[in-house]
Write a protein that binds this ligand. Structure first.
Ligand SMILES: [Zn+2]
Length: 130
């Protein structure tokens, strides 16, 4: 069986803003941006698993970035609707005569499809900002 997989597709997710900080590099005082950089394991060019996540806060002026804990970055963010939906779909899986393996496969395909749509949406947003 032929499998095409790869590592290294990177997505960036905006996680909200810090309070105003004076930047040590450009000396501007601004709220910095929390960002999550995810590197994805891809299967047939579809991002399947984020195998590495890095959280940073970033100066909006000179892009100086400081690594932060996940907890610090997540403190700013309310659960996104897609996360909630994913949890619900696990709890409310209908008894439709599928085996557990088939059902899990279907859930995984839905999740990776969703992740892929989100990733490409984010990629588009990134391009518009530039
Ligand atoms: Zn700066």
């Amino acid at each position: 069986m032929f499998l095409l997989f790869g590592l290294g597709k990177q997505t960036i997710k905006e996680m909200g803003n810090t309070d105003s900080i004076q930047c040590g590099r450009c000396n501007n005082v601004n709220p910095w941006k929390y960002r999550k950089y995810s590197t994805w394991f891809t299967l047939f060019f579809i991002p399947v698993i984020p195998y590495k996540n890095m959280y940073v806060k970033e100066c909006p002026i000179c892009k100086a970035a400081v690594k932060v804990d996940k907890d610090e970055a997540m403190g700013n963010v309310i659960d996104s609707p897609s996360d909630i939906a994913a949890d619900d779909s696990v709890d409310t899986t209908p008894n439709d005569g599928l085996t557990e393996v088939q059902r899990n496969y279907r859930i995984q395909m839905d999740a990776s499809k969703k992740a892929n749509e989100e990733a490409s949406k984010e990629a588009n947003e990134e391009e518009e900002e530039l």
